[in-house]
Ligand binder design. Structure first.
Ligand code: NAP
Length: 378
């Protein structure tokens, strides 16, 4: 017996006056047939515990987990009386950092508006931003693009703050219990050739340490999805290894035995060399942004290897829930506040590759450095 069934609510008339006759209008509520998972061995009329119902109040989508053992009949009654929108089992939860503008906002927009594949899970896309007012304004401007298959939500998230990352993790844990996709887009770049200790500290704090912080904190949720999860790190072509002047330093970053501790030590050495005014002698370029992105791509490879090893060595060998694909990419040179108006691509064009790595076909690649649509030598 298949554990997938289709619930087919009829088109219903919804009376928005409620029962008090306060003068509202009647409108039709169209609900598409959606597949639901029925727990193996359970009664045919009992819905699985991953079923989710969302109350749509016109502005916010409030998620209600439908409990296990709620019957199809009860659910149909809920549809009839509560104005609920039914979502397929286990929506795909996607988090995008630094999404109040630029490429991050374009990634959210694309994730919201991509055509829905029949049978694919509904998306819940978290637009996150360090400034709640800026983030909420962008969220509000994108609200009209949501659909029954893709819902946008906003949450504040500053990736330089452990407290902010932990608070968001707790929220996600309670609300969903898992995250399918983390897009590490947040980043900073100082204008011009500015280069000193403070520029290096500020740049690494967001681009390198911030990316590692939010990934490390959310990782347990990414490994609890029950299906393949993904991490997409927005790096940059500026972070190509050729930027490093010293071949030994290049080899250290490329070393397949490099660990996270080893990588942190390399970036610490960069900061120490900058402080001691030994940047060039140490083999580094005088470019904080480039080194921060070298760090991001190296971290992608280190994490991908570590998670592959966990999967191979762990008890649940080969299980989908242990599989997390981690990839880094360059979005191209895009017209945003960071790169300026002379860049050759729009933010929307820049969003294409990150979105593919987040939800599209990547051929099972993990630890890849992607540029111009393909995996390249780093
Ligand atoms: N544009 C390009 O040509 C290009 C090329 C290669 C790679 N990239 C990379 O693409 C990503 C997006 O860049 P963009 O061009 O869209 O830049 P952008 O328009 O300047 O946007 C950067 C985003 O990151 C956010 N952010 C900064 N610090 C943060 C923090 N501590 N916590 C959370 N969010 C934070 C910013 O928030 P605020 O608005 O509050 O500052 C903003 O939303 C970056 O990682 C960048 O390095 C860009």
């Amino acid at each position: 017996m298949s554990n997938l069934r289709t619930l087919m609510p009829a088109t219903m008339s919804e009376n928005t006056t409620g029962q008090d006759g306060s003068g509202g209008q009647k409108r039709d509520l169209h609900l598409n047939p959606l597949p639901y998972t029925i727990l193996p061995g359970s009664d045919d009329d009992v819905l699985g515990d991953k079923c989710c119902v969302f109350v749509d109040d016109g502005l916010f989508n409030r998620g209600l987990e439908i409990e296990a053992h709620r019957t199809v009949l009860e659910l149909e009654l809920a549809i009839a009386i509560e104005n609920v929108r039914i979502m397929p089992a286990s929506p795909k939860v996607i988090v995008v950092t630094g999404a109040n503008k630029g490429i991050g906002a374009a990634i959210v927009k694309k994730l919201l508006t991509q055509p829905h594949t029949p049978g694919a899970p509904t998306r819940i896309i978290y637009l996150t931003a360090r400034d709640p007012a800026l983030g909420h304004a962008t969220y509000t401007s994108l609200l009209t693009l949501r659909s029954p298959h893709a819902i946008i939500k906003f949450h504040a998230l500053d990736i330089t703050s452990t407290e902010s990352c932990e608070e968001f993790k707790k929220f996600l844990q309670v609300t969903h219990g898992y995250v399918d996709v983390l897009v590490n887009n947040a980043g900073v770049a100082w204008k011009g050739d500015a280069f000193d200790e403070e520029v290096v500290r500020g740049t690494l704090a967001v681009n390198f340490y911030g990316t590692i912080r939010v990934t490390t904190i959310l990782l347990p949720l990414l490994r609890a999805t029950g299906r393949e999860a993904r991490i997409v790190n927005i790096s940059s072509g500026s972070g190509m290894l050729v930027r490093l002047r010293d071949p030994a330093l290049r080899a250290a970053f490329r070393d397949p035995a490099l660990t996270e501790e080893g990588l942190l030590a390399l970036l610490k050495k960069f900061q120490t060399d900058v402080s001691a005014d030994r940047c060039l002698e140490g083999g580094w370029p005088k470019q904080a942004y480039a080194v921060s992105k070298i760090g991001v791509t190296a971290y992608t490879k280190v994490l991908a290897r570590r998670l592959q090893n966990v999967q191979l060595a762990g008890k649940g060998k080969g299980k989908e829930e242990d599989k997390v694909l981690v990839n880094a990419c360059c979005p191209g040179w895009c017209r945003t506040d960071m790169a300026g108006e002379n860049a050759t691509q729009s933010a929307e064009e820049g969003a294409e590759l990150p979105v593919r790595l987040a939800v599209g076909d990547v051929g099972g690649v993990t630890g890849g450095w992607w540029h111009e649509g393909v995996v390249k030598e780093w």
